[in-house]
Design a protein around this ligand. Structure first.
Ligand code: NAP
Length: 309
């Protein structure tokens, strides 16, 4: 039986792995069968992670974190956790391959998933002009007219990035002021290819096989109009990925995994949580990494108190 299994391969999971491995806990990290590295894999320049004054590409940062975790003995599995049995003293993690791994503790660091607008044709046209990842799909929109939905940092970052490809980028926001940080706002305002559509929400996505436009509703006067488009990038925030644990671990009103104060201790003994799955507020790479550290230290103390480590 393992001492600790870490589920998740973002900054929280890998930082927890670095600390746990250096504490000789020989962690097993369940990364994902699709893409290792979490949300930063869908980011371009990371300019605010300390230690990289010139910035670093998100995927490069995650590769370095993985190398650092493996250097100290973390075992990384490229598979998905599909079922968890967390309540007893032996935690069981079932993977997509069917293999079951056992451990005394689990660090749950599954991050968050992009939020959907929730309208019918959004799902139907997903992958056919509706996207949740500018760095993944921007390339397909060379010289096209597209829109980004949202008013936060993600929307500004995606809109600015997409101007490398598209001839025109609308930013559709439901209010008349942005939530994004000033530096990101200023960058978007200064970009001639970006045009803001204020007080508007998308109520329908148009197109048979591919997006041809959207129906906008004015959030002030309720009027509706069509906007012709080749693509829509949805960047309206993320929701914590709790589907594996929502009936086992206590959750907060914000939908994140509840933890005890500043610790990573969840409502179930021996189960710890870290990163975006516990954080509805800050959600930065560096805060996720810090929270991974907390989780690894909490695991160490838990095992030591039980006489296991
Ligand atoms: P966010 O800050 O929660 O912003 C979400 C935006 O989407 C808000 O403007 C919100 O509108 C809008 N929105 C939410 N639900 C909507 C809906 N159903 N329909 C239409 N619009 C909707 O999320 P985020 O931009 O993903 O950022 C999350 C966190 O990551 C933040 O802490 C951010 O600072 C951080 N982040 C940082 C960077 C960076 O530093 N480079 C880059 C990306 C993200 P309202 O404003 O009206 O609520």
């Amino acid at each position: 039986m393992r001492q600790v299994i870490i589920i998740g391969s973002g900054p929280a999971g890998f930082t927890a792995a670095i600390y746990a491995a250096r504490a000789n806990l020989e962690p097993l990290l369940i990364a994902s069968s699709v893409e290792i590295g979490g949300e930063l894999m869908n980011t371009t320049d990371v300019e605010n992670f300390p230690g990289f004054p010139e910035g670093i590409l998100g995927p490069d940062l995650m590769t370095k974190m993985q190398q650092q975790a493996e250097r100290f003995g973390t075992e990384v599995l490229y598979d998905d956790a599909v079922a968890l049995d967390l309540t007893g003293p032996v935690k069981k993690v079932t993977l997509g391959s069917g293999t079951v791994h056992e451990a005394a503790t689990v660090i749950f660091a599954t991050g968050s998933a992009p939020r959907k607008i929730g309208i019918e044709n959004e799902a139907r046209l997903s992958g056919h002009g509706v996207s949740y990842c500018a760095t993944c799909d921007g390339f397909f929109f060379r010289e096209k007219t597209i829109a980004v939905v949202g008013g936060g940092d993600s929307a500004m970052e995606e809109a600015t990035f997409l101007t490398k490809f598209a001839s025109k980028v609308y930013v559709i926001h439901r209010r008349d002021s942005l939530r994004a940080s000033k530096i990101m706002q200023d960058r978007a305002f200064a970009n001639e290819k970006i045009e803001f559509v204020w007080n508007a929400e998308i109520i329908d996505v148009l197109g048979d096989d591919a997006v041809t436009g959207v129906v906008l509703k004015d959030t002030v006067d309720g009027s509706e109009r069509e906007l012709p488009l080749d693509g829509v990038f949805v960047a309206i925030g993320n929701d914590p990925r709790t589907h594996l644990v929502h009936d086992v671990l206590r959750l907060t009103d914000a939908g994140t995994v509840w933890v005890d104060g500043r610790s990573s201790r969840t409502s179930v003994e021996g189960v710890f949580a870290a990163g975006d799955v516990v954080d509805a507020t800050y959600r930065q790479a560096v805060t996720a990494a810090a929270s991974g550290t907390v989780a690894a230290l909490d695991v160490e103390h838990f095992l030591a108190a039980r006489g296991d480590a």
